[in-house]
Design a protein around this ligand. Structure first.
Ligand code: FMN
Length: 346
């Protein structure tokens, strides 16, 4: 699997998720089987580049190659400038965001809102490719199936983008109008795959090895991308890789393994964000990791009151140690009732 001249380790991608797929989380996903992970989106607004948030998002120290940065914006020249800025900071692939439905992005006429204005979308693609091509940096595009049910224009945009030099297209099988509601559909992704020569990535609602195989078969896509199902469960990548390679299901991770991964993740997380922000933003990752385990919801509430790295680490370690007394492997997790995986979107 290649993106332009860059060869990837496998065909399993971690989806960009603002507020989630920061460098520590991407590293964890790559360690646990993702062949590729895209950064959270970085704004094309130059005045925000020096903000703490954007500079953290543009920090790739120690990240496993290839480093892929997603940019979001509405102005072609600014997007081209943002691409150059991120290449100067280590980006080896630039991804254009035409898929994010977050209000903050759409109000500014960016993300999936761009799908409603095809000439502008193409103008952005052309400007970013013109900046990246001389630097030998492939440009990719992430989009939805369209703006709304009556306007599923992913195929038209994908074709035009391919002609303009885009190296790979990812399609989330929902329209902008749907947000995260309803089920993802894969016919549009299959149509895009059938029409394009460049790699096409299928995304949306892949939450198990069996679903990964189903989507791969339904779309013929070159790779599959997983977002929410990796929250708190980053080992899903190795589970899927194993299943696609052998047809067999891996046993659940040992509780001790899950603990070690989470503790390592927390150390990396604190190192990037510092204590005050790190302890707070780590809560969502811990919450996702424990929420469906026995006693997880109670622990989560308790852990939300902890305000130091040391105490948070100790609480997490003790909690998993206690779980390990009764379970060698993570017990099967029933789906949690309150889904907070989307509301966290930044
Ligand atoms: C919390 C959150 C943040 C997201 N942020 C982005 C983003 O920055 N850029 C983007 O293209 N998509 C973003 N998405 C969309 C995901 O990349 C993905 O397309 C979507 O979640 C569907 O995949 P899934 O069903 O595997 O989660 C975000 C999704 C979530 C849940």
């Amino acid at each position: 699997m290649r993106i332009g001249h860059i060869t990837l380790a496998n065909r399993l991608f971690a989806a960009p998720m603002a507020g989630v797929t920061d460098r520590p989380f991407r590293q964890l996903c790559k360690k646990l089987g993702a062949g590729y992970a895209v950064s959270e989106m970085v704004t094309s607004r130059r005045d925000l580049w020096n903000s703490l948030k954007t500079s953290r998002r543009a920090d790739h120290a120690g990240e496993v190659d290839p480093i892929a940065v997603q940019i979001a914006g509405t102005d072609a020249a600014m997007m081209a400038e943002a691409a150059a800025y991120n290449i100067d900071r280590g980006a080896q692939i630039i991804d254009i965001n035409m898929g994010c439905p977050a209000k903050k992005v759409c109000n500014k006429w960016a993300g999936s809102a761009l799908m409603q204005d095809e000439p502008l979308a193409l103008e952005i693609v052309e400007a970013v490719v013109a900046t990246c091509a001389p630097r030998n940096v492939p440009v990719t595009l992430k989009m939805r199936t369209g703006w709304c049910a009556a306007e599923r224009n992913a195929l038209r945009i994908a074709r035009a983008a391919e002609s303009a030099g885009i190296a790979m297209v990812t399609v989330h099988g929902r329209t902008r109008e749907q947000g995260y509601k309803g089920a993802a559909e894969y016919e549009t992704i299959a149509a895009v795959k059938a029409a394009l020569a460049i790699p096409v990535v299928a995304n949306g609602d892949i939450d198990s090895p069996a679903k990964a195989l189903e989507v791969q078969r339904a779309t013929g896509a070159d790779a599959i991308m997983i977002g929410r199902a990796a929250q708190g469960r980053p080992w899903i990548f190795r589970e899927i890789a194993h299943f696609l390679a052998t047809g067999e299901t891996l046993p659940a991770p040992q509780v001790a393994e899950a603990k070690a991964w989470l503790i390592e993740h927390l150390h990396d997380h604190y190192a990037l964000y510092g204590e005050f922000t790190g302890v707070r933003s780590a809560r969502k990752h811990i919450g996702w990791a424990v929420r469906a385990l026995p006693g997880g919801e109670a622990f989560r509430a308790e852990m939300n009151r902890i305000e130091s790295c040391e105490l948070q680490l100790r609480a997490v370690g003790d909690w998993f140690d206690a779980l390990a007394q009764d379970h060698l492997r993570l017990p099967a997790a029933p789906p949690a009732a309150n889904d907070d995986r989307v509301e966290q979107a930044a």
